[in-house]
Write a protein that binds this ligand. Structure first.
Ligand SMILES: N[C@@H](CCOP(=O)(O)O)C(=O)O
Length: 479
């Protein structure tokens, strides 16, 4: 398995080089050069596997010779040993034809842990095996940041800088990031939105000389390893519900902002998992819903919502979807992305739009509808949804079709978004590890939302002692 850029400008890379590259060097995103195809016999054989055994099977299709089976098993087992639930990502039934896939049993109570526990361990493995310096630069609207920091916490020689929008993440999300004490963690709260943070890191990653000099690595879903690790839970959930579905078709409803989570479902379907429909749920930041329903992809004004992790206008992984939508033709992606840069929009029409609508159905859930869904399930089913999951559940309900079963992805624990939950007068008890955060001192630096302001902070953090050549880096790691 090799990884190529959506824009066609990079030499095919192996798995580890692809992970280290993060954003493709030509500004595109890396994708597998061929999609593994699973036979019905393979799917049947995987049906009863534990989460970790399934993860090894799925991931081994993508890691090629870069990891031995024993190495992969070690990384996977270590990653999911940190989860509080023995099933890692259990499925709960919350309606006649509705299930939730609970992805929040990891250390930071969000679905991001599924991939970032793995990626953190993988980076540590790569550093130890190859001597590569790992300086992580990431952007977050709340969940990725805490999860990425937790994923590399205590890992020798790894430094991490996270950018997030000042005042636009939940209190618990902010505490999770800023209460980690460690010289290898830098939190930069930018005066802007998540889109500004994502634009800044893409701009910095696109500066090849700077990226090389400071050994920058990605933890956002621009890193293909993030997506691949998320593919696993679609298989796991499908196997849990398909028996009970009794011949009924199985859909997934996915709350999404950056298009990474639902894109993982799209890949699972391309590999042969018989998902019927992928239902895309956005909040009032509805660029993706508008694209699916009208064919026009154009950012609108930013809205602060009750589901802040999805307050995103420009969805990073959209480019990966464009690549497949247009027949895996990099020249088409280059043209479309150039058009997006120049005119600020991408359009799909005719057969292309029909294909989009065959791939996804989409709903945008307004603030009130999100809170009403939380209220309804809390009082009707004694199940407390977080606001992001509530968007997914609301979309599943809007898109419900007789004879189909839907799995809505529960992307975060409600304790992370108590501000929103309390608006419907629901009181919850926080898990102990979240409650404890309120007592801890915080560390963060507020900066302007420009690449230059961020670079000025990165140079002393990643440079000096932390920088140097790969060989020096190894010496520092073991010092
Ligand atoms: N919703 C995310 C935004 C970053 O997305 P990613 O999947 O590319 O890491 C967050 O919570 O930070």
């Amino acid at each position: 398995m090799r990884y190529i850029s959506t824009r066609g400008g990079t030499a095919p890379a192996g798995f580890i080089d692809a992970v280290l590259m993060g954003l493709a060097d030509d500004g595109g995103l890396l994708v597998p050069d061929a999609m593994p195809q699973l036979s019905p016999e393979t799917l049947e054989a995987w049906r009863t596997l534990s989460y970790t055994d399934l993860a090894v099977e799925v991931l081994s299709l993508f890691t090629g010779d870069d990891l031995t089976r024993e190495e992969l098993q070690g990384l996977v087992r270590g990653s999911y040993a940190t989860f509080r639930h023995p099933e890692v990502t259990p499925v709960q039934k919350i309606g006649d034809n509705l299930h939730v896939l609970e992805l929040f049993h990891g250390p930071t109570f969000a679905f991001k842990d599924v991939a970032l526990q793995f990626l953190g361990n993988l980076y540590a493995h790569i550093a130890a095996k190859t001597g590569s310096i790992i300086h992580i630069l990431g952007a977050t609207s709340g969940d990725t940041g805490a999860s990425a920091i937790e994923g590399v916490r205590g890992k020798e020689g790894i430094h991490i800088c996270i950018l997030y929008p000042h005042g636009k993440v939940s209190r618990v999300q902010e505490l999770q990031m800023t209460t980690i004490q460690g010289e290898n963690v830098l939190n930069l709260a930018i005066r802007g939105t998540f889109d500004d943070a994502q634009r800044i890191i893409k701009e910095i990653f696109a500066d090849a000389a700077f990226k090389r000099e400071y050994h920058l690595r990605a933890i956002n879903s621009i890193n293909i390893a993030r997506i691949l690790a998320q593919v696993v839970y679609y298989f796991y959930a499908y196997f849990r519900v398909s028996g009970e579905a009794d011949g009924r078709r199985v859909n997934f409803s996915v709350p999404t902002g950056n298009f990474g989570d639902i894109f993982a479902g799209y890949l699972a379907k391309q590999m042969g998992l018989p998902i019927h429909r992928l239902i895309l749920a956005t909040n009032e930041n509805d660029i993706l819903t508008r694209f699916v329903n009208t064919g026009l992809y154009r950012p609108a004004a930013f809205r602060s919502t009750h589901s802040p992790s999805m307050d995103i206008q420009v969805a990073s992984n959209f480019e990966r979807y464009l690549y497949y939508l247009h027949g895996e033709k990099p020249e088409m992606v280059r043209e479309l992305m150039a058009g997006f840069g120049a005119q600020g929009e991408v359009r799909a029409s005719g057969e292309v739009l029909a294909q989009v609508q065959a791939d996804f159905s989409a709903y945008s859930i307004e603030n009130e509808a999100c809170l009403n869904t939380i209220h309804g399930h809390y009082h009707g089913r004694a199940y407390l949804l977080d606001p992001h999951t509530a968007c997914g559940v609301a979309a599943a309900e809007l898109g419900a079709v007789e004879g189909e079963v839907t799995v809505a992805l529960a992307t975060a624990h409600p304790a992370k978004f108590d501000e929103s939950i309390r608006l419907r007068e629901i009181t919850q008890t926080f898990p102990e590890s979240i409650q404890a955060l309120f007592e801890l001192p915080q560390r963060q630096t507020v900066v302007e939302a420009t690449a230059e302001a961020v670079r000025q902070k990165l140079v002393p953090f990643f440079g000096g002692e932390a920088g140097g050549t790969e060989a020096q880096g190894k010496a520092i790691t073991s010092a």
